[in-house]
Design a protein around this ligand. Structure first.
Ligand SMILES: [Zn+2]
Length: 304
């Protein structure tokens, strides 16, 4: 039986000096265990219970040493431990809920040294007028709680064999009866084994939870990696495209360079031709001015 600590808003620290004498049986009446949990944790919560049972699930809202606001009678609250059961008018408690609750009741009665009977285990309506605990069968809970579990952990190894066991099986007639101290040791060992098993079960649960979380993380990482790979592929394709463009531009540039070189060569030839023409023009001018000079002289000679 694994008890999950949940906590509640409404309770009183300690028990004002009172001892635990009773276990009070309730039903949630509507909804389920989660509904009860939500109810006990509203800001305006005015009620609570120590435990709640639904199939194999056991929630604890108030510590055993503290007082739950559960039964509607203050001394009743101070002297009891309240257990909620998941059941409603249309939904009876399951067999598993009965078995789990019986185990819890057995453990609490052992811890508080209480007898498992109708005087100890009471319905809520014992304390006030209420329908609670509805369809929950308290006699059934009591008889299930009385049945010893498969494991021997509920024997008190400090004591001799329980009388019910002696009576049921005529153990006093057995040849080894006087060696029941050894049986006590066996009970201690079995008890320790049972405790180890419980610890191991809890560790296995924790490990399974860890495994489940790490599987989730691994799946998340795998999807992140595949998305990143896709991005890398896309970027690589873009880069390759750009590289091709650059190669194309390089070819274009070399063509333009060739064209420019050709154009410059033509230019130089043109400039040379212009130079030559200029030189010829210069010659022609000097010839013309020489002819002009001589024409002037000849004219002046003819005028004389
Ligand atoms: Zn109740």
């Amino acid at each position: 039986m694994t008890i999950t600590w949940k906590g509640a808003k409404a309770f009183t620290k300690g028990r004002e000096g009172h001892k635990v004498k009773n276990i009070v049986v309730h039903w949630v009446g509507e909804g389920n265990l989660e509904t009860a949990h939500t109810w006990f944790n509203r800001i305006t919560a005015k009620t609570s219970a120590h435990y709640g049972v639904e199939n194999t699930k056991v929630y604890q809202w108030v510590k055993d040493e503290d007082t739950a606001w559960a039964v509607g009678d203050w001394v009743g609250n101070l002297e009891s431990i309240s257990i909620e059961h998941s059941a409603t008018p249309t939904r009876p408690a399951t067999e598993q809920t009965y078995l789990t609750s019986a185990e819890l009741i057995r453990t609490l009665c052992r811890d508080f040294g209480l007898p498992i009977d109708k005087e100890t285990i009471r319905p809520h309506k014992f304390y006030k007028a209420t329908a609670c605990p509805g369809t929950i069968d308290i006699d059934k809970l009591i008889s299930l709680a009385k049945e010893e579990p498969m494991s021997a952990n509920l024997f008190d190894p400090e004591k001799d064999l329980p009388t019910w066991l002696e009576d049921s099986y005529d153990l006093k007639d057995k040849p080894w009866y006087d060696k029941r101290g050894d049986f006590g040791d066996l009970v201690t060992v079995t008890d320790q084994l049972y405790q180890s098993e419980q610890i191991l079960t809890r560790q296995i649960e924790t490990l399974n939870e860890t495994l489940r979380i790490s599987d989730l993380r691994r799946a998340e990482l795998a999807s992140t990696v595949s998305e990143r790979d896709k991005m890398i592929t896309t970027l690589t394709n873009e880069i390759n495209g750009l590289k091709n463009d650059v190669e194309g531009f390089k070819v274009d540039i070399s063509h333009i360079e060739d064209d420019l070189t050709g154009a410059m060569a033509k230019n130089i030839k043109l400039l040379q031709t212009i130079d030559k023409l200029n030189a010829k023009l210069d010659n022609d001018y000097s010839l013309i001015s020489w002819i002009k000079t001589w024409l002037k002289r000849l004219t002046s000679l003819f005028q004389k």
